[in-house]
Design a protein around this ligand. Structure first.
Ligand SMILES: NC(=O)c1ccc[n+]([C@@H]2O[C@H](COP(=O)([O-])OP(=O)(O)OC[C@H]3O[C@@H](n4cnc5c(N)ncnc54)[C@H](O)[C@@H]3O)[C@@H](O)[C@H]2O)c1
Length: 315
């Protein structure tokens, strides 16, 4: 079986590719700007293709040429960057998904998995933990693109029998996570691991839902194993430690970490004004047999270990 990962050299795509190659798979990675550094350790075990998701021919070519059986669709422009130019990213975040679904239909790809997000949910008035049926009237164009992509995927499953499934991720943290406002949790650990000084741009009490990228990969793996999953769309569970709690945990292993809190007005405003709810993953546990492996202490331990072992990739 040959799997295609769109956005395959992004943060999540590279982690997934690493996991798949460790099990002997040789995934095809499609990316508009292939980052060979992030996959340097598995570069000879993947097939890398440069292509633009917003161009149907690019997607069709890779699906046809590599005889793809399954697509894990992770490519796109994420949160804050998408908000900066909502119309500019329409081609990738909206049409890109349609192109993937259409290529799957035309070339008889059996399964498509889509990376959705907690951004699909309405934050206002939300309970502390949301289940999959919580309101989806997102205030951001990024969130709208997630709801749109899920709905089109469901349509293709009803109309054409495509085995479609989606995972709504909280903020994923892990080595190599690029900067965006909600990446502060990841950067606290990464900066400490690299012994780089950093001013943490949020107050110590800031909280937002996070999940370790390896649990994100596990959730994808769980969804890959189930044919036509009953509910099709699943939350991936989160925890919401405060920035101070993360730093305290890090300092148990790196006591001299050169980090201080220096809240930045813009970042703090975003984090404190719309703290998203945690994601309840009961459905994924029941139907996909998924279970989260990492809590704060184990996230920090594994994160530090990964950076120590693959330092060249992350500096
Ligand atoms: N990282 C998170 O916290 C998080 C949370 C929820 C959902 N998600 C979703 O997971 C997916 C992967 O996220 P990520 O963190 O790896 O993001 P990322 O930005 O690291 O990776 C996305 C990849 O897509 C590629 N890409 C962008 N435009 C493209 C185009 N037109 N054609 C082909 N490739 C293109 C980029 O070059 C990049 O390598 C995204 O769909 C994102 O919305 C991520």
């Amino acid at each position: 079986m040959t799997s295609l990962i769109t956005g395959g050299t992004g943060f999540l795509g590279a982690s997934l590719a690493r996991e798949m190659t460790s099990k002997g798979e040789k995934p095809v990675l499609l990316d508009i700007a292939p980052n060979t550094r992030i996959i340097a350790d598995v570069g000879d075990q993947v097939q890398l293709v440069r292509g633009d998701l917003s161009v149907l021919a690019d997607v069709i070519n890779v699906v046809r040429d590599y005889e793809i059986d399954e697509i894990i669709h992770l490519g796109g422009v994420i949160s804050a960057a998408a908000e900066e130019r909502p119309l500019g990213v329409f081609g990738v975040n909206f049409n890109g998904t349609l192109n993937v679904l259409e290529a799957a239909r035309l070339f008889d790809v059996k399964k498509v998995i889509y990376s959705s997000s907690m951004a699909a949910y309405t934050t206002e008035g939300a309970p502390k933990r949301v289940r999959e049926d919580w309101l989806r009237d997102p205030p951001t164009s990024y969130g709208i693109s997630k709801v749109f992509s899920e709905l089109w995927g469901l349509y293709y499953s009803r109309r054409y029998g495509l085995d479609f499934g989606a995972l709504r991720f909280p903020t994923l943290i892990g080595p190599g996570r690029p900067w965006s406002t909600f990446a502060y949790a990841s950067w606290i650990i990464q900066k400490a691991a690299l012994n780089e000084s950093w001013e943490i741009p949020v107050p110590p009490e800031a909280r937002s839902p996070i999940c370790y990228v390896k649990d994100g990969v596990l959730a994808i793996d769980a969804l890959r194993r189930i044919h036509n999953p009953l509910s099709r769309i699943y939350n991936v569970g989160s925890i919401s430690p405060s920035a101070q709690e993360i730093l305290d945990e890090v300092k148990k292993s790196v006591p001299g970490a050169p980090l201080i809190f220096k809240p930045n007005e813009k970042v703090t405003k975003v984090i404190m004004s719309r703290t998203p709810p945690d994601l309840d993953d009961s459905l994924a546990r029941q139907e996909l047999n998924y279970s989260q492996n990492y809590q704060l202490a184990t996230i920090v331990t594994d994160f530090l270990k990964e950076i120590a072992e693959h330092r060249a990739i992350y500096t």
